[in-house]
Design a protein around this ligand. Structure first.
Ligand code: MN
Length: 498
């Protein structure tokens, strides 16, 4: 499900023919060496492909047009080795539509004190050429990332790697299709939004289906397929009967197995990568999809509860951006539920009725079967666990009526002081930065929702860059947040994006 395309990034070096063939030969050699070394560094999630040196308007324009059309190209990395008159870049940049990285580097790391002469200076003048190029990109108001430093530096390489994931998020955003099973929960404001505007801004396609169409798909899953999946569950997860009859328990679990298979087939057949449900509108489904949705999220589907399609799309986006990441710690939808206000140990207990992705689980995962306090269905089976510790980000995409805003909060995930044996749902517990009081105040001031898309594996910088590439406001709540300054950030955003 989470097979993300084998994307490539094009490396385009700028120069001009003023310095002669020999110099251009060196430029090409140096670029080839940099690309080769970056590719073998083991730091980058995607391959870099070297393009011929950019020295004329025509070549620059053609290269950018080809980059637009090449389905495997997720972005272009530009670097001016020598001086490249920036007017030559105008038409190409005007036509370019994918993510752009300006790698401000140079071939040599140190000044060659003993041998440096004017030939060397003319051949190695990125400090000069990259300013000419940067000027035109700024003048044209084009969104791009700038990374400064020597190309062999591990910090520079990891920043390129991080930008590549943002770029893939930008390119893949337009492939996100959200299936809405039932409408948003009645009267709830924050899960609503302008779906047409979301398609214009982010490329998301958000379509509704009658709940009973997907319920039919569930009903058509065979007993044999269902039983095989139940076996897999019983092998993989702890079974916590809690006094229930083992056969009755198993029948409840089987309902979720059938939902998982039926939903997955329906989503695959219709090519959707994210889904929303609503506990109050379940049609012929026997249980609220719990365990089933948890498993689908683990496979890479986005999910939002109570019709929250913005969260479903954001969860899918984060799944895509972290695809194939070594030692990834997980992505999930979460919901701010209950506070712990004990001094020095403050935090927010994150959970949902059922639907938390097991990719964020720490240690054992158990199946429990308990009544829901809402709705009118059978007691649903669900996966229960606690989440990993560590730094993460929680994001909320809100619709302000005339525009979208992405709120990004750095959070520190912790273990709760004590277990919560009577709580039959998966949980995460975090303290928002800079602290619970300021973090929650800022979140509420910004209009942040109770549902979030959460991950340990991306940074605020990556999500903010993604938002900016989409042309929307990103606001950050982190260790530096002070309410007075934060209010000014919001005022500036209101002016700029109005
Ligand atoms: Mn909810």
């Amino acid at each position: 499900m989470l097979a993300v395309k084998n994307y490539q990034f094009w490396f385009c070096t700028g120069s001009q023919d003023l310095y002669g063939e020999e110099c251009l030969g060196h430029v090409a050699e140096h670029s080839a060496k940099i690309v080769e070394q970056l590719n073998v560094s083991g730091m980058l999630p995607y391959e870099i492909v070297l393009k011929p040196t950019m020295i004329t308007n025509e070549r620059i324009r053609r290269t950018f047009q080809e980059a637009n059309l090449d389905e495997n190209c997720a972005g272009v990395i530009t670097w001016m080795h020598t001086f490249s008159p920036a007017k030559s870049w105008i038409i190409g940049l005007q036509e370019y539509r994918k993510p752009l990285l300006h790698l401000h580097t140079q071939f040599n790391e140190a000044l060659p004190y003993d041998t440096i002469d004017m030939d060397f200076m003319n051949e190695n003048q990125s400090a000069h050429g990259d300013r000419e190029y940067g000027h035109i990109v700024s003048r044209m108001g084009i969104e791009r990332k700038i990374i400064v430093g020597h190309w062999s530096d591990a910090i520079v390489q990891s920043r390129i790697a991080s930008w590549m994931r943002t770029a893939v998020g930008v390119v893949e955003s337009s492939h996100i299709r959200v299936m809405r099973v039932a409408d948003n929960m009645r009267n709830v404001a924050v899960t609503e939004g302008d779906k047409v505007e979301a398609q214009i801004k982010f490329g998301w396609e958000v379509d509704a289906y009658p709940v009973n169409e997907i319920a039919e798909s569930v009903e058509s899953v065979s007993q044999a397929d269902t039983n095989a999946l139940v076996e897999e569950y019983y092998d993989r997860y702890e079974i916590l009967l809690e006094g229930r009859d083992p056969e009755e328990f198993r029948r409840h679990v089987a309902v979720q197995a059938q939902i998982e298979l039926g939903f997955e087939r329906f989503l695959e057949e219709k090519n959707y990568q994210a889904i929303v449900t609503h506990f109050g509108d379940l049609g012929a489904l026997k249980q609220l999809p719990g365990l089933a949705i948890q498993r689908l999220m683990e496979k890479g589907y986005g999910f939002g509860a109570e019709g929250d399609w913005k969260v479903a799309a954001m969860v899918r986006l984060m799944k895509v951006m972290t695809a194939g990441m070594k030692d990834a710690k997980g992505v999930s939808m979460l919901e701010d539920y209950t506070y712990h206000f004990t001094k020095g140990k403050e935090g927010i207990l994150q959970a949902h009725m059922l639907e938390i992705c097991p990719s964020i689980a720490d240690g054992a995962i158990a199946i429990r079967c308990q009544p829901l306090s809402m709705g009118d269905r059978e007691d649903p089976a669900r996966l229960v666990f606690t989440a990993k510790e560590g730094k993460g980000i929680a994001v909320s995409m809100i619709d302000l009526g005339n525009r979208f805003r992405l709120i990004i909060n750095d959070v520190d995930c912790k273990k709760t002081e004590k277990p919560m044996p009577k709580l039959p749902v998966a949980t995460n517990f975090w303290t928002p930065q800079p602290d619970l009081y300021t973090g929650a105040e800022a979140w509420i001031l910004a209009g942040g929702a109770h549902h979030t898309a959460f991950t340990y594996d991306l940074t605020a910088e990556q999500m903010g860059d993604w938002a900016n590439a989409m042309g929307i406001e990103a606001v950050y709540i982190d260790k530096d947040t002070k309410i007075r300054d934060f209010k000014k950030d919001l005022m500036l955003g209101n002016l700029f994006y109005a």
